[in-house]
Design a binder for this molecule. Structure first.
Ligand code: PGA
Length: 247
């Protein structure tokens, strides 16, 4: 039986309005694509993408949201407004937000709460830097990053959570983690979950970090990999479509 899988494209701060139109003109989805497909454009382009995907089996994600519900928070975008625009998913905890915007577990748990309350699913990213991996900190770092999920483990919103393991050293570098490394870490996350939250279902665990048209198939065969969070290769309709054809 094919696995229930998710393939999400994180466009980051790329693709202009014109380029988004071009993307959809060139995108040809594989027939009967078995994967849940998600695209995350820059926030102002969300309505444009929502419009493009109206008749396509593609859901829209935001790349961030506010930690507060509403109010005097200049420049922020609320989960409630994202949901009202047809957004279904929000990417949170991405290493670029942790690195450049100092997002930590305290802040992220507030953001997760806002999303879940607005019925949005969360793609929660975790992953270690090369220094952390080389100094034997991998498991501790992942466990710390997972702590902000604890408060949701008793709630009926748990099923709205998706994880993405993204080793920081593999993001945008072309240096994909080896199959053994990915399988090993995904299994570690699975067993951490089973120990910490024995009463809940295991969330799907995506892999992200230099996934491309050439390596996606091999990565997808790993039993613990429930799909991908794709950055650079999701900007190219042909490559993204090839990634969507994995089975
Ligand atoms: P990449 O980015 O595929 O360009 O490495 C992945 C991500 O940041 O989600």
């Amino acid at each position: 039986m094919p696995k229930k899988s998710i393939i999400a494209g994180n466009w980051k701060m790329n693709l202009t309005l014109t380029e988004v139109h071009d993307f959809f003109q060139q995108l040809s989805l594989p027939p009967q694509c078995p994967h849940k497909i998600i695209l995350a454009p820059q926030a102002p382009l969300i309505p444009i993408v929502t419009n493009h995907v109206q008749k396509l089996p593609i859901s829209v994600a935001a790349q961030n949201c506010s930690f507060e519900k509403k109010g005097a928070f200049t420049g922020e975008v609320s989960a409630e407004v994202l949901a009202s625009l047809g957004v279904e998913y929000v990417i949170l905890g991405h290493s670029e937000r942790r690195q450049y915007f100092a997002e930590n577990e305290d802040l992220l748990s507030k953001k997760i709460r806002q999303c879940l309350e607005s019925k949005l699913s969360v793609i929660y990213c975790i992953g270690e830097t090369l220094t952390e991996r080389n100094s034997g900190q991998l498991q501790n770092v992942l466990k710390r990053q997972l702590t902000c999920l604890t408060e949701f483990s008793q709630s009926n919103q748990w099923e709205q959570l998706i994880l993405a393991y993204e080793p920081v050293w593999a993001i945008g570098t072309g240096q994909v983690a080896s199959l053994e490394q990915v399988q090993e870490v995904h299994q570690f996350i699975q067993s951490t979950f089973k120990d910490s939250y024995p009463h809940v279902n295991l969330p799907p665990i995506l892999y992200g970090g230099s996934v491309n048209a050439l390596n996606a198939q091999d990565l997808f065969t790993l039993p613990a990999v429930a799909g991908f969070l794709v950055g650079g290769a999701s900007l190219k309709p042909k490559d993204f479509s090839t990634i969507l054809s994995v089975q």
